[in-house]
Design a protein. Structure first.
Length: 84
């Protein structure tokens, strides 16, 4: 089985003054004031959402764990905003 790769990118919203997620993980919606907070939320939420929204009960029952663990490509912003 080819492992699935998921993508998460943090983008900065200057008007709202938050980082938000652009991702192909169904249900992943993150907003955070700092990139570290964003990363913590992503690491907590992304694996659970992948299991809940991208794997079937049949996958979970029949496939070995090593074949179910996806790769998550995490991309930090190229530059961080200036402090307020």
């Amino acid at each position: 089985m080819t492992k699935r790769t998921f993508r998460v990118k943090a983008l900065w919203d200057e008007d709202a003054r938050v980082y938000y997620a652009e991702s192909d993980i169904v249900g992943l919606h993150i907003e955070a004031a700092t990139i570290d907070e964003f990363e913590d939320l992503m690491m907590d939420l992304a694996p659970e959402l992948i299991v809940a929204n991208h794997l079937s009960a049949t996958d979970l029952a029949r496939k070995p764990c090593k074949d179910l663990i996806p790769a998550i490509l995490w991309q930090r912003p190229e530059k961080t905003p200036a402090a307020a």
